[in-house]
Design a protein. Sequence first.
Length: 582
Amino acid sequence: MQAVYDALIVGAGGAGLWAALELAQAGVKTAVITKLYPTRSHTGAAHGGVCAALGNLEEDHWEWHMFDTIKGGDYLVDQDAAEVLAREAIECVIELEHMGLPFNRTPDGKIDQRRFGGHTRNFGEGPVRRSCFAADRTGHMILQTLYQQCLKAGVVFHDEYQVVDLLFEGGDAGEGGRAAGVVAYRIADGEIFPIRSSAVLLATGGFGRMFRITSNAWSLTGDGIALAWRHGVPMQDMEFFQFHPTGIVGIGILLSEAARGEGGYLLNDSGERFMKRYAPTMMELAPRDMVSRAIYLEVRDGRGIGGKDYVHLDVRHLGRKVIEEKLPDITDFARVYQGVEPITEPVPVQPTAHYAMGGIPTDIFTRVTRDEHNTVVPGLYAAGEAACLSVHGANRLGTNSLVDLLVFGRRAGLQMAREVGGVDLPILARNVEEPVRAELRAIRDRPSGESASRLRRELADVMMDQVGVFRDEPTLSMALPKVRELRERYERVSVQDKGRTFNTDLLEARELGYLLDCAETTVAAALARRESRGAHSREDFPERDDVNFLSHTLAYRGAPGRPTLRYKPVTITRFAPKPRTY
Ligand SMILES: Cc1cc2nc3c(=O)[nH]c(=O)nc-3n(C[C@H](O)[C@H](O)[C@H](O)COP(=O)(O)OP(=O)(O)OC[C@H]3O[C@@H](n4cnc5c(N)ncnc54)[C@H](O)[C@@H]3O)c2cc1C
């Protein structure tokens, strides 16, 4: 089988679906290929909301949103991208409303809005209500709404096909080649075949599964980011990984920031709202990097609950009505997974690995770029969590990811529709899929070897314990050889399932390879960045250093376990870097 499309979207989360919708509406023959059934994409797990400066409840402006995004990202944000995000957020949310998304309403029928961390009025004076929401099921509603629209517009879906390689013509991506399609693996029967297309969007989501305690779904393994990297595209800003402050203790499932947005408190062992010592103005609504660090410091100083490694999230004072109407799902999580009743008891929480600020470098038109001069890889695009625009810089604000999917998913679709018309469909050589088929066969047919699940556990442990919220040279230097060792052992990985039908064992082994790629660049970039900025906190270099490090890291594939690092300037248009206090 060899399929041909004018445009191919890899990933059916919010970013992929909106791109597909624009393309189909423009009359472009478009397919979405996704390893999960579309509505199972992680976008569906997003609770809290999607922000836009609608000003429905109080004065708000897109310029304030732009500023908050830049300051929240500790000035590593590319400001041209933040401007696009904040401006276009407004029309995207309204367009979604017109597509039928059932937002919560104010008494006079407008879209309701609530507070979220780091979103302020008048350039930092205090919290503002900017997050639009559908109870605590906002992502679910976005996904359902966009999926319905895609079906209506005639988008073709290849569900449960896993992309296992990318194809280029005229050289690799790093050598000036252009995107020519992908190699797909049909999960149902193990069939492997190429799909031709002159425009390919990577919208494959994040890679939180690199860490032991994470809010991310099992499938978030950085596939698109790693595949592009193997073809010469760098990974950008990988040292910035966000830990969300309020995960369920031990398992990491998220209790959304919406709980704090609605007024929830964080308490230490003596019942103190400790955030007043770390962020006196914004308190619990300081950005996530700061709140996660504060929790770690409380625990380290013995003020965790009962001296243990967690604190309390307390929503009791909000009352049953607010909890049941605005936070139904997350309070259910506390009941189901912890046996705690949030209406009457405080909920134990600890930071959980949540969001990748880094990823595939792109420009504001979502075109993938491959160097410090922003040279475009023709025909290749990226959007959503897999991409690094960089709109979130060193730390993303809550609700800014969903809006990133909408704004840049839509831009991807529009840009691809503009560009595909003038390009001939690529010609693929016979058996282009043969190299990856051989790689998969080698794993499957190896009679015995290293267990993928064991390697994955060891990787998650080292990343959590040595490359987590706080870092320093000694721990990072220990992590580096461990990741290299895991990579060497990965060469001997084998699986128990030798069959072709739904061989998830084999696919998970393949995904482990992507996680190793992401881990290798994360550790190398973190070691080289000798400053603290946003989510990257070096205890040995506690200050931000704009003189030496106001730049994006580009990590290229080098010798195994030894990526090559280069740096690219940050785009600054309106807001000069200042100290970041809340
Ligand atoms: C629990 C949780 C709550 C969150 N809450 C919020 C919130 O309230 N507000 C907010 O702004 N952000 C939130 N986020 C972040 C936000 O939801 C994600 O960053 C965003 O949904 C990512 O969307 P995406 O379109 O990039 O990819 P995803 O929705 O992650 O989808 C990835 C897609 O790629 C496909 N895919 C991956 N690899 C392959 C492959 N090899 N072959 C084929 N297909 C592939 C998958 O099948 C899937 O369809 C939350 C995240 C989590 C985990």
